[in-house]
Every structure is written in structure tokens, then in C-alpha cells.
Design a protein around this ligand. Structure first.
Ligand code: ADP
Ligand code: MG
Length: 393
């Protein structure tokens, strides 16, 4: 499909930049405290020009506060925001020249779609004909130019969010900030808009900082992801780095599905609660947890022995789900439920029958635990529970 060329950059934001280039962002030592309580603690982040970076973390982990400091709505307690080498920590939001899209798209109900998109240009004093032309170009980018005269109430939720996106893009910002923009939409629509957003990002070359608590969304969209936990960044990396080489237990459990097997380290060996031993050479003695990805665990055929040096664990098949070319198997063991993802070619014991699991110790990442009860809770809900909302952060 042929697309409209991107309109040339205007000089109104005062940012002299080559067409199609995104802003470069640097956050240094960013801190935000409310009445002494830290919402964001020492955030360091470099976002190169044109990157799609996602702030990912559970509710209350400091994502919105960080985004709001980039936008200028929240004044940092300490630290700085630098955009294209210029410190903007004290610059008011409307002078930062960035586009924003929130979960609540907040369109003006009495204005048409086109007038909504023109709004930021009107505020900037752009003449009527030029306003209209640029609004239509922005609407074309989100494929809504056919609905320019409709009122927001005549559009679906997904279409309204695309109008909000057109409104954020209409003055050609070099940095786009998005806070859970698809959070209110159903799954199918969310996935469609994710694909559109990827296309737009590639086409426009702008820098995007995107906030979500949905790890799948983050993995789908991002060049890199910064994983937030309790106001801090635990790790920044590409989706693959975070999945294959998590640096903390929180990241290992938050990104993708994982099996967590707890035990005790003594003399560089982890012994699980049921007696499976795995090397843990770099860990001090004490409680620890081994993380093994479901696709790295195999189910042995009846009578088959595990490979030399492999870990083995006996269990009973609780459930099998077919997912097209794959199946997902849940097995009850003395170390808890273990999840396996396998191809569908292999014959398997049936539900209720015993099964022997095996994995290479090289595929287990071992992390020390300090507060096991907290750290082993489901990381997606860890900070959502009402009882923790006042005590955490
Ligand atoms: N205006 C505020 N006053 C007091 N506490 C706040 C304020 N805004 C956010 N917080 C607290 O800061 C922490 C991080 O919040 P937020 O950045 O909104 O998290 P997220 O966007 O990751 O869900 C939470 O504990 C939240 O309650
Ligand atoms: Mg938020």
C-alpha cells in the first residue's frame, strides 16, 4: 500500500532536526518522592534517536511517574531530563515539543475528528488552511481520513484512540510518549493497533517511550524494554536479552512464562525441596530459586533415561493444552507444578499418568532469594494487591 510522504518538519518546536529523525533522550538520577515516599528511585536511562523503548512493570512500579517527568507534568525531586543534549528538566510541558497519548484519549466531544486533530496546531497559531491540510495528513497516517467529519461519539474505542494518536502526531513531534494507550481496548483491537503503531514508528522514525504493564505488548512492540519494580529499573534490554538472560529473579518471572523451583544452596550446589540438584557456583549458601523456561524442559519417554548430567524430576500430568504446533503440559511434582512446552510429534503419557521431566542444568538460571514469600508471588499481581498498595513503593 502506498502511503503519503511524511510532511516536512516545521521549525516551530525550535528543534532543528533532519526530517524523520527522533529525539535522543537521557534520564539521569531521576528521583520522585511524595511525602518522603519514593515513587521513582534513581532512574538512569539512555534512549537513542528512533528507538521504541517500553517502560514495563506492575501497577504502582513508577512507570507513569517516570513518563510524567519526561513530559514535564511532574517535577523531579532530583535528577535531570536531557533531550538532544539540552537539559529540559525545568522546561514546561508545552515547550518540550513532544506528543502524548494516554489510556483515556480525552477527545473533545463537541469537535469533529478533524477539529480534534487540528487542536494542537490551533494552540500553536497555525493558519486555518495549513491546519486542515496537516490534520488530514495525520488522519491519513492512522487511516481515519474518511471519518474526518464524524464526532468522537460516532467512532469505536479503537478509532477514538487512533484519533488521539493522530492528534499527538500532527505537529510532528520527534518524541512520542504513550501511557497504556491500548489498556481500555479488547484484545483483538489492541493487537491491531499494536501492529499499526509499529508500522507508524518505522515510517516516521520518531523516538517512542511507551508504558505498559502487559509483558506481551512490550515484547511485541519494543526495540528495548526497561523493567520497573518498586520505582527502580531492574534491567534494560532487548526482548530477547530479557527473556534469555534475565539478571534478576523479578525479570526472569515477569518476562515470559517460567518455572520457579525453590531450594537451598550449599557449597555451590542448589538442592530443590524435592532433592533435584543443580549447579549454583556463584551463589552464597542460603535459599535460592532456579528458573527454567517451559520450552527447555522435556518429558522423557517411558523407560527413557535422562542424558548424562541432566536434572530429572518425577511428576504426574495434570493437564495438556494444544496450541497449534505446540502443546503446553502442566505436571504436578514435589517441587510444585512444572510447565513444559513441547512439539506435538512426541507420544506422551495421558493426563493423570506419571511422567519424568528432564532438563539440562545449563538451562537453569539460579537466583538468591531474600524474602521468598514476596519474591515467589505472581509478579504480575505482586504490587496490585490492595493490602500492598499503601505499604509498598
Ligand atoms: N501524586 C501522587 N501522590 C502520592 N503518591 C503518588 C502520586 N503519584 C504516584 N504516586 C505513587 O507512586 C508510585 C508509582 O506510581 P505510578 O508511577 O503511577 O505507577 P505505575 O504507572 O507504574 O502504575 C505508587 O505507589 C503511587 O501510589
Ligand atoms: Mg501508570
Amino acid at each position: 500500500m502506498t502511503r503519503m510522504p511524511v510532511p516536512s518538519r516545521s521549525a516551530e518546536s525550535g528543534a532543528p532536526a533532519p526530517a524523520g529523525s527522533g529525539a535522543e533522550l537521557r534520564l539521569s538520577g531521576l528521583v520522585k518522592r511524595y511525602a518522603g515516599v519514593a515513587a521513582v528511585e534513581n532512574v538512569e536511562l539512555d534512549v537513542p534517536s528512533g528507538e521504541f523503548l517500553t517502560l514495563l512493570g506492575p501497577s504502582g512500579s513508577g512507570k507513569t511517574t517516570t513518563l510524567s517527568m519526561i513530559a514535564g507534568f511532574t517535577e523531579p525531586t532530583a535528577g535531570s531530563v536531557v533531550c538532544d543534549g539540552r537539559e529540559i528538566t525545568a522546561v514546561p510541558p508545552h515547550k518540550r515539543g513532544l506528543g502524548m497519548v494516554f489510556q483515556n484519549y480525552s477527545l473533545f466531544p463537541h469537535l469533529s475528528v478533524r477539529e480534534n486533530v487540528e487542536f494542537p496546531l490551533r494552540q500553536r497559531g497555525v493558519a486555518k488552511a495549513e491546519r486542515s491540510r496537516r490534520a488530514m495528513a495525520a488522519l491519513e497516517l492512522v487511516e481515519l481520513h474518511g471519518r474526518a467529519n464524524a464526532k468522537p461519539s460516532q467512532l469505536s474505542g479503537g478509532q477514538q484512540q487512533r484519533v488521539a494518536l493522530a492528534r499527538a502526531l500532527v505537529f510532528e513531534p520527534r518524541l512520542l510518549l504513550m501511557d497504556e494507550p491500548f489498556g481500555a481496548l479488547d484484545r483483538a483491537l489492541r493487537e491491531r493497533l499494536q501492529i499499526e503503531l509499529r508500522r507508524l514508528h518505522q515510517e516516521l522514525g520518531i523516538t517512542v517511550v511507551f508504558v505498559t504493564h502487559d509483558q506481551e505488548e512490550a515484547l511485541t512492540l519494543s526495540d528495548r524494554i526497561a523493567v520497573f519494580n518498586q520505582g527502580r529499573i531492574e534491567q534494560v534490554g532487548t526482548p530477547e536479552e530479557l527473556y534469555e538472560r534475565p539478571e534478576t529473579l523479578f525479570v526472569a518471572r515477569f518476562i515470559g512464562e517460567s518455572n520457579a523451583i525453590s531450594g537451598e544452596v550449599a557449597g555451590g550446589v542448589l538442592t530443590s525441596d524435592s532433592g533435584v540438584r543443580m549447579p549454583a557456583a556463584e551463589l552464597p549458601d542460603g535459599r535460592a530459586v532456579a528458573i527454567v523456561r517451559p520450552e527447555r524442559v522435556g518429558v522423557l519417554a517411558p523407560g527413557e533415561d535422562p542424558a548424562a548430567g541432566a536434572c530429572a524430576l518425577d511428576g504426574r500430568i495434570r493437564d495438556i493444552t494444544y496450541l497449534g504446533a505446540q502443546r503446553r503440559i502442566e505436571i504436578d511434582t514435589d517441587d510444585g507444578t512444572v510447565i513444559v512446552r513441547s512439539g506435538t510429534d512426541l507420544a506422551l503419557p495421558r493426563i493423570g499418568e506419571p511422567a519424568r521431566l528432564s532438563w539440562s542444568p545449563q538451562n537453569a538460571a539460579v537466583f538468591p532469594t531474600r524474602d521468598e514469600a514476596t519474591e515467589m508471588r505472581n509478579p504480575w499481581t505482586a504490587t496490585l494487591a490492595p493490602s500492598t498498595s499503601s505499604s509498598q513503593s
